[in-house]
Design a protein around this ligand. Structure first.
Ligand code: HEM
Length: 185
């Protein structure tokens, strides 16, 4: 007998050339599709010290006009060895005409961001329009993110944060490399 839930009939695609074909509205962001890994550093005036981290980021799609986004970070010690799990987030980048982007991003620290911005000239800029906080979350007022494809296999990321009473300022920057270089490009 046919089992309608035995396997996922519509798996996500991780490459522009894979099936399903990307929705036309995804055209400005197909270069982001795939898995990215790399390292970064961060800090904030309220923290005792700056920190180093590694990160894995994945963008995929199922043929509809949004990217599925998932990011996991872990802290590194002074020798570059993994220290402990750090920030995780998951979300959706909803592509609109003219490269406009509406993003919804949630974190296990009790923070949910609704951000708006643009995908153009190999970069995606997102700034929070709203931040919703779970009752015990840290106070976050705003974030600003910029994801730049400096070449087809390199993704740089900068993240500014307004939180715990401080104005918008640098929290993170990272440089990620495509997991399987050149695939599908
Ligand atoms: C790669 C992603 C990220 C990494 C590696 C990271 C790392 C850190 C670290 C190490 C701390 C110090 C406290 C701790 O050890 O947990 C921290 C604090 C914090 N981060 Fe992040 N973070 C990331 C993303 C984010 C994002 C996306 C947001 C907000 C939307 C955020 C908001 C905060 C806030 C509010 C604090 C607390 C500041 C304070 O209480 O003084 N972080 N982060």
């Amino acid at each position: 007998m046919h089992h309608p839930a035995r396997e996922l009939p519509f798996p996500d695609a991780l490459r522009p050339g894979a099936r399903p074909a990307p929705h036309p509205l995804l055209a400005p962001v197909t270069g982001y599709l795939g898995t990215w890994r790399g390292t970064g550093s961060g800090g904030y005036p309220t923290l005792d010290a700056d920190f180093s981290y590694a990160q894995e980021v994945t963008f995929s799609h199922d043929g509809r006009p949004f990217l599925a986004y998932e990011a996991r970070a872990w802290l590194l010690d002074a020798d570059g060895q993994p220290l402990r799990p750090s920030a995780r987030e998951t979300g959706w980048w909803r592509l609109q005409p003219d490269g406009r982007v509406e993003a919804l991003i949630t974190q296990p620290t009790g923070i949910a961001e609704i951000s708006v911005g643009h995908a153009r000239d190999g970069a995606v800029d997102l700034a929070t329009e709203r931040v919703a906080l779970a009752p015990t979350a840290k106070e976050v007022d705003a974030t600003r993110r910029r994801y730049t494809l400096t070449d087809p296999d390199t993704l740089t990321f900068v993240h500014d944060l307004a939180a715990v009473g401080r104005p918008l300022q640098h929290h993170l920057s990272a440089r990620l490399r495509r997991e399987a270089p050149g695939q599908g490009i």
